[in-house]
Write a protein that binds this ligand. Sequence first.
Ligand SMILES: [Zn+2]
Length: 268
Amino acid sequence: MRLSELLNNAPDTTSAQVENFLGYRKIAWGKRKPISVGRVVRNHYCLSCGDTRSFVSGEALSCLISAESVLSIDVALRCSGCESGTEAWFLVGCGDDLYSQAPEVNLQRFTENRRDVAANQGLRVEQIDDLFERAQIAFDDSLGAGAMVYLRKIFEAVTSQAADAVGLSTRRSNGKRRDFRSLLAEVDATSHIIPSEFSEDGYTLFSELSEVIHGDSDELRALEKYDPCRRLILGIVNNVRNREELAEAITSLGWPSKVGQPTEGRAS
Ligand SMILES: [Zn+2]
């Protein structure tokens, strides 16, 4: 695969082998190099178009060698509909040799500046991405419990946004917040936000995060659990995003929509 595919999957940090893009001669620290790795494409809700659009980079990108096997890539992106601009920044690390035929690379940090983009439909993307970024910063600084707090906040935010989307109340009649277990059960029965691979274990994941946060687990254990927990949370977020995209596609085809509607159990 080409490096752009890895960048397009941000904030996913899974490592992957990519085609050589720096050449075979080592580049000195602090030097920039033009690279051709395919276009970067990020999908967002564009405020001026009033719809979801692809924000696309140019063909030529530039990277900065910032450490032995780390490089920084700044990308300017434009809406494919109206040319509104955003920026993205990626820090890419390499597990083996950056100058090999197929270096193994992964995303270490990622930030997006969506000046003209409002994610005010469906999942509030900026909020979720911001929480993922905070979780990663806490993890990078070896703050295990702190990282888990942000993962749990993402889980709570996705669940309450999914509840809002189908008109389920997140509060009790006395105005207090509903307990998470019953809210999650109701939201998942209605909108299937938990991927089928662990559909029975949504609350187990929440308990896992809570246990670490409430001090029943030491920092080292929290750091060990961070990556698998993060992958499961990312799985839920991607699942909700996919379902939203499917619902949009179904609506635009004029089919009667079943996504997000109450159903009798799930066939999977
Ligand atoms: Zn636009």
